[in-house]
Design a binder for this molecule. Structure first.
Ligand code: COA
Length: 163
């Protein structure tokens, strides 16, 4: 029986921090479905479809990875797709409180699906999608911090905004 996990996030956009968590999740699970989900508290720079396309391109060489998107609950998606766990990354203690609350919500909906957390590598603990967007919009070369597909999408989005 394949061990399948769902890695939900807003990924607006995906960073190398997410990619690092993904690679480590692939060492534990046979398949990881990256789920682009709607974060109720965020206004996104990229549409769900744009984020989906970036992640597809960034992960096309990784066996065992698939990408999907949902406007529903991540936990329901996980159950409907036979996943045994939801994967999340933890960067610092500040993440724990937020994740603890979300995990409690998920457990209320379906206690049979576990949350599996990977600690971010030290090099990526400062990283977040917001930080990437802010640095990029102020002219910083963020290419070492994001997949190539994301760097290209950011350049395209900036040109659209400047029009
Ligand atoms: N390295 C670098 N950055 C990381 C990271 C890592 N390993 N892990 C998380 N981050 C950053 C993200 O870039 C993001 O940055 P941002 O806030 O600047 O955008 C931030 O940490 C939050 O991480 P993310 O994984 O994008 O989570 P989110 O909080 O944006 O999204 C959802 C949370 C989408 C998974 C959650 O809202 C969800 O499941 N929504 C679907 C509806 C649902 O199920 N709701 C009920 C939940 S109980």
């Amino acid at each position: 029986m394949k061990r399948v996990a769902v890695y939900p996030g807003s990924f607006d956009p995906m960073t190398n921090g997410h990619m690092e968590i993904l690679r480590r999740a692939l060492s534990v699970f046979d398949e990881v479905i990256i789920l682009v989900a709607v974060s109720p508290t965020k206004k996104s720079l990229f549409s769900l479809g744009e984020r989906f396309a970036m992640i597809k391109e960034a992960t096309k060489e990784l066996p065992g990875v698939s990408v999907d998107m949902t406007e529903g609950l991540s936990i329901n998606y996980a159950r409907e797709h036979g996943a045994i766990a939801l994967v999340r990354g933890l960067r610092a203690a500040t993440d724990f409180e937020y994740e603890f609350k979300m995990a409690a919500g998920n457990r209320f909906v379906d206690p049979k699906i576990d949350m599996v957390f990977f600690m971010s590598a030290p090099a990526f603990t400062f990283l977040s999608s917001s930080t990437i967007k802010e640095l990029f919009m102020h002219g910083t070369d963020i290419s070492p911090l994001v997949p190539l597909a994301v760097a290209e999408a950011l350049k395209k989005k900036l040109n659209e905004i400047k029009k």
